[in-house]
Design a protein around this ligand. Structure first.
Ligand SMILES: Cc1cn([C@H]2C[C@H](O)[C@@H](COP(=O)(O)OP(=O)(O)OP(=O)(O)O)O2)c(=O)[nH]c1=O
Length: 188
């Protein structure tokens, strides 16, 4: 297989690829993420994952590049990373006491082949008091995370149930990524 590049600044994605025992280099993309309202969340994460992969592939055309993007979707709202504490509060209030969907788009891109797919996981939050939300925001954890929480950290305390792939919530559906990578084996 061609040398693999993870086009992501996310420490969680790096950790998941390491957990899978893969050798790779991290080169974050410099794609500016725009959450356009008109996109369906599926289309948005697929498009951003592709843009991130392409951005790095153009600099390293001899490599196999992995790009990814995660958003939270609730009714017709798409939640990315909060812009500040007030935005994090608004998001956590919206997510309190109900189900939402976490969508993670993945693109694998080499000179010979491209695969893009979207993984959806349903997450049910406990009802959160204002105090729960304030304490969680104070922890600083919401800052760089879609939907203003991280299930792998303190955010685990907010979650009553999930339906789907836990690792896709953290940022990468790792088992499906490894299976998709195997389809690139012919293209050495
Ligand atoms: C919902 C949720 C999201 N997240 C994270 C995963 C992603 O890193 C982040 C969403 O932002 P992304 O824009 O998908 O990724 P990123 O900016 O961290 O990294 P890059 O664009 O370089 O790949 O939210 C968690 O870590 N835990 C969670 O429970």
């Amino acid at each position: 297989m061609k040398p693999l590049i993870l086009a992501s600044q996310s420490p969680r994605r790096k950790q998941l690829l390491e957990q899978a025992g893969l050798s790779f280099t991290v080169i974050p993309s410099d794609v500016e993420e725009k959450l356009t309202k008109k996109n369906l969340p599926e289309d948005l994460v697929a498009s951003l994952a592709y843009q991130k992969a392409l951005n790095v592939f153009e600099r390293y055309p001899g490599h196999l590049v992995l790009g990814s993007d995660t958003v939270v979707s609730l009714d017709s709202h798409i939640l990315g990373k909060p812009t500040d504490d007030d935005d994090a509060r608004r998001m956590l209030q919206m997510l309190s006491g109900g189900w939402h969907t976490v969508l993670t788009g993945v693109t694998l891109l080499s000179a010979e082949k491209e695969v893009t797919f979207v993984e959806k996981t349903e997450v049910n939050f406990f009802s959160l008091s204002e105090e729960d939300i304030s304490m969680y925001i104070k922890s600083g954890e919401p800052v760089d995370k879609a939907g203003a929480y991280g299930i792998q950290g303190l955010g685990a305390m907010l979650v009553e149930k999930i339906n789907g792939d836990y690792f896709a919530i953290v940022g990468l559906p790792i088992a499906k990524v490894v299976r998709a990578l195997k389809t690139f084996n012919d293209h050495v």
